[in-house]
Structures are given as C-alpha cells and as structure tokens.
Design a protein around this ligand. Structure first.
Ligand code: MN
Length: 202
C-alpha cells in the first residue's frame, strides 16, 4: 500500500501567530505531499514496496538518495505535525520532565541546547530530542531529511521531538530570523504527544 499524506489534526491557521497559515498550507500541502509522492514513486516496483517506513529508514544506507531524502521527508514531517498543537507550549511533566532534568539540569538548559542545535545546523536540516533505550534523552541535529533512525545519523536514539529548520519552514514569516522561529516553536510544542513517544520508546 502506498504511503499517504496524513491529515493535520488542527487547522492550517491554528498555530498562528507562531507558525503562520500560509507556511502551514505550503509546507503540508506541497512539501510534505511532494516527499510522500516521491517516496511512493521511488519504491514503486521495488522490494521496498509494502515495507513500513521504519523498516525502510533502518536500512537506508543501502538505498538510493531518492528513497533516503523522500523517506526521511515523509517520516520527519509526519512527526513534526504531531509534536505541535494549538494548545501546546509550556513545560513537559512526569517521566519526560524527570528525564530532561536528569540529562540537562533543567528545562531551560534543555531549551538552550535544543535551540542551539537548531540554530547552528548549517543549511537545511532538523533538530531532535531523542530517547535511548533505558530512558536517557539527548539532543542532536541532522542535515537534509536525515533523522536518527538512520544508521550513523545524529545521536542514534528514537526521535520524540523534531524541529524542521529548512528555510521553507519559516522564511515567509521569519525570513532570515531562524532564532525567532525556534523560540516560537516552543509555544506550540505538544508535550503530551512527546511524552507518549517517550513512554513508548524508552
Ligand atoms: Mn519541511
């Protein structure tokens, strides 16, 4: 079965003013749709057809650039929409908050490290918060549409929070002010969803 562009669980304007409507429409309806279609075209008629995206990413170093870029793009954006919510923001709680405090000392220190990873990723890429087996969390970044589920990329954990720092993710509203976009992202993070991913993958 072919991969499908997931529906957003909120309206395109629901993350305003932090993430603007026009960016969401183009980002979801054009960019993510493009990755999804190109992934389907790249695997059509090959041994990858019918495999899960996780299985495809785990073996990505044996695949073509087209599968890598579009498979990553399909997966990363699906995660990205889910880690944001109009009712997001604030701080995590429970086990995830404990893990963040244990790894970084405080939520503010985590925010600094994550923001720095996002701001210093040169060119296009992503910043991640990942969980390792055992529950330790770590921040990393990756180029292009790579992610830590790909062998040798980032910190190698399971990504539970991802921030797209491609210019297409922020340029209409923020132009060259990537740090402002990163700061705004913290107002829409869906910590309940991130906590679920933490609990299910620690
Ligand atoms: Mn993107």
């Amino acid at each position: 079965m072919a991969f499908e562009l997931p529906e957003l669980s909120y309206e395109h304007n629901a993350l305003e003013p932090h993430i603007d409507e026009a960016t969401m429409q183009i980002h979801h309806g054009k960019h993510h749709a493009g990755y999804t279609n190109n992934l389907n075209n790249a695997i059509s008629g090959t041994a990858l057809e019918g495999k899960s995206i996780e299985d495809i990413l785990a073996d990505i170093n044996n695949q073509s650039a087209g599968v890598r870029n579009n498979g990553g793009g399909y997966y990363n954006h699906r995660l990205f929409w889910n880690v944001m919510s109009p009712s997001g923001g604030g701080n995590p709680s429970g086990d995830l908050a404990d893990a963040i405090n244990s790894a970084f000392g405080s939520f503010e220190s985590f925010k600094d490290e994550f923001s720095n990873a996002a701001a210093t990723r040169f060119g296009s890429g992503w910043a991640w918060l990942c969980v390792h087996k055992g529950g330790k969390v770590e921040v990393c970044s990756s180029p292009n549409q790579d992610n830590p589920l790909m062998n040798g990329v980032g910190c190698g954990g399971f990504p539970i929070l991802g921030l797209d720092v491609w210019e297409h993710a922020y340029y209409l509203k923020y132009q060259n002010r990537r740090p402002d976009y990163i700061n705004a992202f913290f107002n829409v993070i869906n910590w309940e969803y991130v906590s679920e991913l933490y609990a299910n993958n620690k």
